[in-house]
Design a protein around this ligand. Sequence first.
Ligand code: LLP
Length: 442
Amino acid sequence: PSTALVDEAGVVAVGGVPVTDLVAEHGSPLYVLDEADLRSRARAYREAFVAAFAEIGAEVDVYYAGKAFLSVAVARWMHEEGLRIDTATGGELAVALRAGVPGAEIGLHGNNKSDEELERALAAGVGRIVLDSLEEVVRVAAAARARGVRAPVMVRVTTGVHAGGHEYISTAHEDQKFGLSIAGGQAERALHAVLQHPELELVGIHSHIGSQILDPAGFEEAARRILELRATLATTTGHLVPEVDLGGGYGIAYLPGEVPIDPQQVARDVARTVAAVCRTQGTSVPRISIEPGRAVVGPAGITVYTVGTVKPVTFTDEDESPRTRTYVSVDGGMSDNLRPALYGARYHAVLASRGSVADAVTSRVVGKHCESGDVVVHEVELPVDIARGDLLAVPATGAYGRSMASNYNMVPRPPVVAVRDGDARVLVRRETEDDLLALDLG
Ligand code: LLP
């Protein structure tokens, strides 16, 4: 599941630079992004969807979901690759604007946007504000009126389609905080409310059905339900909503042998469904947008750690039989990758600083934080001679690693270094203890 390559000496390299050199220069732990790989994944999604929907006469916009990982350089690269930027907060909006992304190519999400965030979005002239409640319809209309502008808005609906990985990230089932329910009638009510406000321009209906989805069927079903809502609204109001956003959620491979969703296949399947439904309805095909985050940046990033304590632990398993597992402690952990602790997410790890012909033993890679759930890799075969000072690389950490990192135990967050054609460049510098102490007013 990785972009990294291993050279003859057994050293892992990204973008032509050995991780041993990267750590010598930038320290450990370290997030490493492969710029070429990141760009090519962005292009792959854009081209797959543009091509599949061109066949049915529809245009497509791809929004990169900045929550997965956003920095000024990454926002600029996405813009250069023809993607727009999906933001969920004022902070993400600020990064996209700093990168020079035009406001019109930025979307703003959020189930609880502050007045200030709405003001900033309108001031920036964002291309869409995705409304998430009935009261927000009124608030955005008031803010637009005060500014003397017309705000382009989408209404986020819940389709009842439930897809994806862990329960916490499956958002489209009904009992959760996002969106307005189609089945419950709130979606239609919100759409009517938008149409009654002259300060609002209804540009689309939005749905995001979950994350780490490996089966295209959920996207097709969501599209079908949204198109039904769109047709109903056209009948009752005469307004045919021009765009449908199908959200993000495209799943990636985290472990060897796992198969990611194929953008070309989803694009083809969804385009076929959209064409068929619109043909039956006698409606024109809408403009389509999608918001991939993980699938663009996840596989393009690895985390490099330095091994510290290695310790065999003997325990008794469920069958009362004695077992031994090697615990390999590294210099990071749940502060730089919360996903194992939060979602039980599984990762892989490889010895990255040298080759080894030693036997493999079942190992668990753990962090340096003060709790036993601080696991980096639950179970992995590592050479028995692994030792203090070795480097470990954990693939597929480009999404939701740095972006969900914390300072737990007052640990400064690692830098993000991007590598391309043999050159490395720091995108986000390493935090220092002084950075953390600067916030502490004593
Ligand atoms: N659009 C909307 C409205 C979203 O809520 C999300 C993710 C995306 C797009 C991008 O989804 P992606 O393509 O990256 O799956 N922290 C979790 C993932 C949370 C996703 C939340 N929303 C994780 O580490 O798995």
